[in-house]
Design a protein around this ligand. Structure first.
Ligand code: F6R
Length: 369
């Protein structure tokens, strides 16, 4: 049952604060450090790892792209992210020192399963990040970290995505912990930040009415573009994917730095462009660069929809629509920045008369290659 909501997707969006908190549950001990007992890959083996490779599809792939930033930053291990459907066909370099992370909500995605089988054949260890207990991908992996999002019924992934991100951050911190690249104090501080995210997501959800109103006014548009940078880039891709699959609109996500290398030619009068703005406190150079991007596209007549941290005043003059999100540490921003994009896509699709739980041509789990 939909618990009073018109669609499962709306219910699942609303469940995100709890889902995110549940992913952390039981994984932090009294002293504030991590206890990932489920990760049965012995610490000795994790210390020998010299590379991480993430394989996934669709939304889970976007979670993997974000995980790469955290893993490389917190562990200094090189990390690659690859679409599972491409992975085994290019003869990837894998060995016993490679940790492969397979991310899948359903645990049944054939592309991801074939990628992990290929990795295990090469002697790599596979850790699954999965939402469905006892599904095939965790059964065939060396270890599994369940996301505990609860069943996700709507075809478009929402709460599974946020919990995949939390699980990825936990794995990244755990690797930092066992390999000694992150000190106990730093880990404790980062876990505190992660623990505050459920409340931040709740606050975002409480401010979504203007986003819904805006989405309804854009129902007859043909194209929406999404721009982001650093961890905001995969968020832009995820926003575009949600809009494609639900609203059946042309939507594209770009890395904002690429704008000048081609996509800026697409900018025209009244084109809606959603921009995910990095925190002005963290990597402030990136923040300033994105503000100039917004300025550039607005000068060409685009309608700018700006997702920016509370207190970021620099964006105000260039935002036709401003969506505020709570301040978070740079790497964790996707957990709050994605939420308005889910709401936006859901509302726009509904305004176009689409069934957001059952988008055309799509299945919840894709068990063919
Ligand atoms: C998008 C979506 C799909 C899935 C993808 C992978 O909203 O739901 O892109 O993310 O098919 O599915 P899982 O995570 O079950 O492997």
């Amino acid at each position: 049952e939909k618990g009073g909501y018109d669609y499962f997707m709306l219910k699942e969006i609303a469940e995100q604060p709890k889902a995110v908190a549940d992913t952390l549950l039981g994984r932090i001990d009294g002293s504030g450090s991590l206890t990932l007992d489920e990760v049965r890959i012995p610490p000795g083996v994790l210390r020998e790892i010299d590379k991480v490779v993430i394989v996934a599809c669709g939304t889970a792939f976007h979670a993997g792209m974000i995980a790469k930033y955290a893993i490389e930053h917190w562990t200094r291990l090189p990390c690659e992210v690859e679409l599972a459907s491409e992975f085994r066909y290019r003869d990837p370099i894998l060995d016993a020192q490679t940790l492969v992370i397979a991310i899948s909500q359903s645990g049944e995605t054939m592309d991801t399963l074939m990628a992990l089988r290929h990795a295990r054949e090469q002697g790599s260890k596979v850790l699954a990040i999965c939402n469905t207990n006892g599904s095939t991908i965790p059964r065939e992996s060396d270890a599994v970290l369940y996301t505990h999002a609860g069943p996700e019924v709507a075809v478009a992934s929402t709460k599974a995505f946020l919990t995949q991100l939390v699980a990825c951050y936990l794995v990244a911190l755990y690797l930092g912990q066992v390999r000694g690249t992150k000190g106990a104090d730093e880990i404790r501080a980062l876990i505190r930040d992660l623990s505050s995210i459920a409340g931040a997501v709740e606050r975002v959800l409480g401010t979504m009415e203007p986003v819904r109103e805006l989405a309804r006014t854009l129902a007859s548009k043909r194209t929406v573009l999404f721009l982001g940078r650093h961890v905001g880039y995969p968020v832009a891709l995820e926003g575009a994917l949600k809009l494609k699959e639900l609203a059946y609109m042309h939507a594209e996500g770009f890395a904002a730095g690429e704008l000048k290398h081609g996509p800026i030619a697409l900018i025209e009068e009244d084109l809606p462009v959603v921009v995910v703005v990095p925190s002005p406190r963290g990597r402030s150079v990136l923040h300033d660069k994105i503000v100039s991007n917004i300025q550039e596209i607005r000068a060409r007549g685009a309608r700018t929809i700006v997702i920016a941290e509370e207190g970021d005043e620099a964006v105000v003059p260039y935002a036709d629509h401003l969506v505020r999100i709570p301040a978070t540490p740079t790497l964790l921003q996707p957990l709050v920045a994605t939420v308005p994009l889910q709401v936006f896509a859901c509302e726009l699709a509904t305004a176009r008369g689409n069934d957001v739980d059952q988008p055309r041509n799509l299945a919840k789990s894709v068990t063919v290659e």
